[in-house]
Write a protein that binds this ligand. Sequence first.
Ligand code: ZN
Length: 396
Amino acid sequence: MTQTEIPSEEIEPKERVAHPFRTLRELVDFVSGKSIPSEVPTEGLRSEALPFPFLAIVGQKEMKLALLIGLINPSVGGILLVGPRGTAKTTAVRSLLDILPKVERSLCYYGCLPEDIEAGGIDAVCPDCAKKYAEGQPLSAPDRVRLNELPLNSRLEDVVGGIDERAAIHERIRVRRGILAQADRNLLYIDEINLLADDIVDAILDAAAQGSYTVRRGSISATYHSRFVLVGSMNPEEGRLRPQIMDRFGLRVIVRGLDDPTERLEAYRRVQAYQANPRGMSTAYFEDTQAAADEVQSARAQLARVTLPDNVANPAIKLVQRMGIDSLRTEISWFEAARAYTAADGRNQVTPEDLQAVASMTLRLRRSQFILDYFSNQEQEENEINTMITNLKRDN
Ligand SMILES: [Zn+2]
């Protein structure tokens, strides 16, 4: 699969005054090529909590685009970032903190929302929320999407929840909310996902796909909402990810190191500027970051109006079939990513160019050929090194 060119023409340009860009996509392109503004002070308050600005990450356009698409449309079904260490994967995910959109957050332990009642009737929410709804009380309040990171040492019980032992002492047995329930309506990030136990990854992917999950402990059971944007990252040199798991991510991005020496130097300068003064760096990108956050929010609102015409969808389905991909998830992710891309561009109808723009990230690694080749190449390299060492020893 070759890298897809991002089309440069616009169909319905939106009005912009303050910035030389018209859409979220252009903003990403624009800021990635921009140098650090000269007014960044070199001294000031240190703050570890301030993330590296998303828009200050040099290059890595596909990774940035995939993450933004995930924020705009969680239905793409998760984003997997594959690449060696030091390619800004974790930095990019954490830097999303400043551009995360606002959502309606449930006020209830089980994550009930008014839209559940609209979709599934009053039985779709817990009894407490049904009562509140009948009394006209709010079930949710606006809140920013949060970034939840799954600790690598998490046990299955931490992830799905378990018996609340403190409550059990008081003979009020209650199922404790797991990490998945806490991640509802948030962004769940799993670094080194390939090092996580299979049963845990399966539970996470099941919950992500269904948007809810049920925990049973003896006679008690509880169902929790788990509608989150899933981002996983992995270094394939540190262990493989089962192809079945790889296939369950909607978008897969291969993150490579920067090729261009000028870009590498610029990346170094920005990291240096950030380390010397995180607040200064954050301030320097504040305006652009705000603009990106606004774009994400308005793209999310626009998404519901974005349609995919049959004559655009049909050739895409034929292509998926020609590639020998069975999974129906492929075109779901592809179409949902294209809808997000269209929404980010301020339009209402998906064009073949929109499909093309997100094709690589949705179609690659579907047949897991890359990863098979990757590991066989690594093995070959390993063997060559071993032979060289053996020869060296023998020669001495
Ligand atoms: Zn409830």
